[in-house]
Design a protein around this ligand. Structure first.
Ligand code: TXA
Ligand code: MG
Length: 326
């Protein structure tokens, strides 16, 4: 069932479910999450069941304030505090030493826990009123695309989730940036906070870690975010070499109207633009909903042109790369 998070009864019902160890889908500024009480092991197991997610992939714990950090993690490094001060509430997840009380099902047996404070009033109300830290992955089936509307959650999970709190379309539209403080500072996943902004706050280069294909490194899976249709991520040069025979039944995804203009005559069935005016934030906000739409259209294949490698463009290209079926 979908209810409007603007109504008190809806939030109250969601709070009641969280407190009784059930799962609830709820909006955040990045994407919709599928949440349960992070300190209740059997509740957290239900998230994995609904998502059909393997237990080696750890979850993010959502807190209501930076003061809640000591409920789930040990001492916080100075550089992590700097990032918290600048970016919380917001799309930044920190991987920190976990407290023993965090069930290992949340962290896939790792000694670390991923934590973030979301910037969405309904998510914060859910956390605060339930007095819980809420473990939540994106509210889609394993390896599918993250949902950015309540309707997309409904399509993904159907009746397997009892309640979906509707908060409208997500404003950032891209999952959080995940930063690890194990050893040196590293970015494990590019996302809603630009790498440039993190580097500015810390005053140094912060490396983005390459993804791996094995289950040896939980949280580092390569294949993810995939539409059902075949998708090819290409550069402009590669796109110019694609034959009309191939473009005929395919749709093309591009960043702005500039790219649409240059490939207008390539014979694509349709060309979809992420942001007419070329705004990277708008492109990120529209990204998942657009990809879902293209997956449902009657084109046979999707070509996606790489977006500029700057700010949230890194996250868009990363998701597109992982959406390719190899
Ligand atoms: O924006 C977001 O982060 C959304 C909303 C709902 O908050 N959540 C989200 O969760 O994208 P999920 O589960 O789809 O992605 C969590 C990422 C995964 O890549 C996971 O492996 C990684 O965080 N992660 C979680 N705990 C970790 C840990 N202890 N060490 C390394 N990576 C971890
Ligand atoms: Mg996900």
């Amino acid at each position: 069932m979908i209810c409007s998070g603007r109504e008190k009864a809806c939030i109250d019902a969601a709070v009641k479910l969280i407190r009784s160890g059930e799962v609830v889908a709820f909006p955040t500024e990045t994407v919709y999450g599928l949440g349960a009480d992070a300190l209740n092991e059997s509740a957290v197991r239900k998230i994995f069941e609904v998502k059909k997610r393997p237990f080696f992939d750890p979850l993010i714990v959502h807190v209501g304030s930076s003061g809640d950090l000591d409920r789930v993690c040990e001492e916080v490094p100075t550089e992590a505090l700097k990032l918290i001060k600048r970016f919380w509430p917001g799309p930044l997840t920190l991987v920190l030493r976990k407290k023993n009380r965090v069930p290992s099902v949340v962290t896939a047996g790792l000694d670390t826990v991923a934590v973030r404070m979301p910037r969405h009033l309904m998510a914060l109300a859910l956390i605060k009123n339930s007095e819980c830290c809420i473990a939540a992955p994106s509210a889609n089936r394993f390896q599918s695309m993250s949902p950015t509307t309540a309707e997309a959650v409904q399509k993904e999970l159907g009746d397997d989730v009892g309640l979906i709190v509707d908060g409208g379309p997500c404003l950032v539209g891209m999952e959080s940036t995940v930063v690890s403080f194990e050893g040196d500072v590293n970015i494990l996943r590019v996302g809603g906070i630009a790498v440039e902004d993190i580097e500015e706050v810390l005053g140094r280069i912060v490396p983005v870690v390459k993804k791996v294909k094995t289950v040896e490194a939980p949280g580092m899976l390569e294949f993810h975010y995939a539409p059902r249709k075949p998708l090819s991520l290409v550069s402009k040069e590669e796109l110019r070499k694609v034959s009309k025979k191939q473009t005929k039944g395919a749709s093309l995804l591009v960043f702005s109207k500039v790219e649409r203009k240059s490939f207008e005559d390539s014979g694509f069935k349709e060309i979809i633009v992420l942001s007419e005016r070329g705004s990277m934030d708008e492109a990120a906000k529209n990204f998942f909903a657009t990809l879902r739409q293209m997956d449902e259209s009657n084109a046979e294949k999707i070509f996606a042109l790489k977006v500029p490698e700057e700010r949230l463009g890194l996250a868009i290209n990363d998701r597109l790369k992982k959406a390719q079926h190899e």
